[in-house]
Design a protein around this ligand. Structure first.
Ligand code: GLU
Length: 444
């Protein structure tokens, strides 16, 4: 049996029921088959893939906190420290009821390659809790974050593990987490990114994931003889990634016609009014349905179905496995020419394969949404140097990073004889650097 198949079977056997983790490993290993098979004996001898698919450490802990009724609540807390070959563990914290070890292992595994692709010295990690921040008061959020950090701080630090935000963790949560870390350790250091601008945060970090998605999309279109100007774009989600992908797409001349949340989606044929969305989502923490109160000509539909809207470009920016084969066929049938993943693994493997087989340009999340963590790395640099760069400086660095990621993915795909396959390209480019570092550091 080939080494790739053997390791996939081993991962399934030893991580029972962790279907998201299996899916992420399969997607990466399949796309690395050519590279791995060319060095199979060498890699097998040093158990490279066994090590790569086993987190260096998983920390799992209890998070007790008191709600506004005086009731004690208990949640699960985790940090998956997956791989530190090229730098301290780096990756977000997700607070969502769906969070479990499988989801965090899939996210942590993907993060290794994504972070490597950015070109910055950051390893792969992920963490979070099954805590649901929805409908909680600010005091409840603070109580939860303080309790979470009271355990997590033992394992984090600027040179050890640097968390950030993800679904359910934004500026408010990062502020509370940072405050508690500082209180517990007496260290004012860049131990978390996505901080507020007044206390060590970087300009552009808020916008960076969404902006990065559109920068790499524009580059992919350009290098394939197409352009973004005038294209109709459908974006799922209406959180941080979706909002700033919309902003940059609009700035670069595209027309964003739909957004969604977990309840339903809006379609505005005149183009989304982003200020209204920001008011609803960033200020009031409301639902996307409220958009039609401000824009009665727009249409709201409850439930899934956003991918049935005809568009040229689809940017899934909500969550994992939100776009399946049926959706992919519908998009292609309606004239979609390009897809870039703003979320982590939003397309199922069948959908991804379908896009590639039917010549829809496809940029995987590892490359497309790497702008967020890349800007986190820029925040870490500024923190270490005790200085701040301007908005224009950080944005230009981000743009260059995204263009570079495209070039790396394109080059690796060409080198291995699959030009235009950016899934294979991104995985190979991310993998090569991590593997070289792992080999150089011996059996650890
Ligand atoms: N959660 C983001 C991601 O999936 C950002 C992580 C970070 O900035 O460390 O990459």
């Amino acid at each position: 049996m080939s080494y790739v198949d053997e390791i996939y079977e081993r991962v399934v056997r030893e991580n029972r029921g962790e279907v998201e983790f299996h899916q992420a490993v399969k997607e990466v290993l399949e796309s690395l088959r050519l590279v791995i098979e060319s060095k199979e004996d060498e890699y097998r001898k040093i158990a490279l893939l066994e090590r790569l698919t086993e987190p260096e450490r998983i920390i799992s802990f209890r998070v007790p906190w008191i709600d506004d009724n005086g009731q004690v609540q208990i949640n699960k807390g985790y940090r998956v420290q997956f791989n530190s070959a090229i730098g301290p563990y780096k990756g977000g914290l997700r607070f969502h009821p769906s969070v479990n070890e499988s989801i965090l292992k899939f996210l942590g595994f993907e993060q290794i390659f994504k972070n490597s692709l950015t070109g910055h010295p950051i390893g792969g990690g992920k963490g979070g809790s099954n805590f649901d921040p929805k409908c909680k008061s600010d005091r409840e959020i603070m109580a939860f974050c303080q309790s979470f950090m009271t355990e997590l701080y033992k394992y984090t630090g600027a040179a050890q593990d640097v968390p950030a935000g993800d679904i359910g963790v934004g500026a408010r949560e990062i502020g509370f987490l940072f405050g508690q870390y500082k209180r517990l350790t007496s260290q004012y250091e860049g131990m978390i990114t996505g901080k507020g601008l007044k206390f060590g945060g970087s300009l552009v970090r808020t916008e960076s994931t969404g902006y990065g998605v559109v920068y790499i999309l524009e580059e992919m279109l350009k290098k394939n003889g197409k352009e973004l100007v005038g294209k109709k774009v459908v974006i799922s989600g209406s959180g941080n990634v979706a909002i700033y992908a919309t902003e940059k797409a609009q700035q670069l001349g595209a027309k964003v016609i739909a957004l969604s949340d977990s309840q339903g989606y809006i379609y505005d044929q005149n183009g989304i009014n982003l200020e209204i969305v920001k008011q609803i989502k960033e200020v009031r923490r409301g639902t996307i349905e409220e958009y039609i109160e401000a824009v009665p000509s727009a249409k709201y539909t409850a439930g899934k179905g956003i991918w049935s809207i005809p568009c040229h470009i689809a940017l899934p920016c909500a969550t994992q496995n939100e776009l399946d084969l049926e959706d992919a066929k519908m998009l292609r049938g309606n004239g979609c020419i390009a897809v870039a993943e703003g979320a982590n693994m939003p397309c199922t493997m069948k959908a991804t394969n379908y896009f590639q087989e039917s010549d829809v340009l496809f940029m995987p999340g590892k490359a497309a949404n790497a702008g967020g963590v890349a800007t986190s790395a820029l925040e870490m640099s500024q923190n270490s140097m005790h200085l701040y760069w301007t908005f224009a400086e950080v944005e230009e660095k981000l743009r260059r990073i995204m263009v570079n990621i495209f070039a790396k993915a394109e080059d690796a795909a060409k080198r291995y004889g699959v030009p235009g396959n950016y899934v294979v390209g991104a995985n190979i480019a991310g993998f090569e650097k991590v593997v070289d570092a792992m080999i150089a550091q011996g059996i650890v």
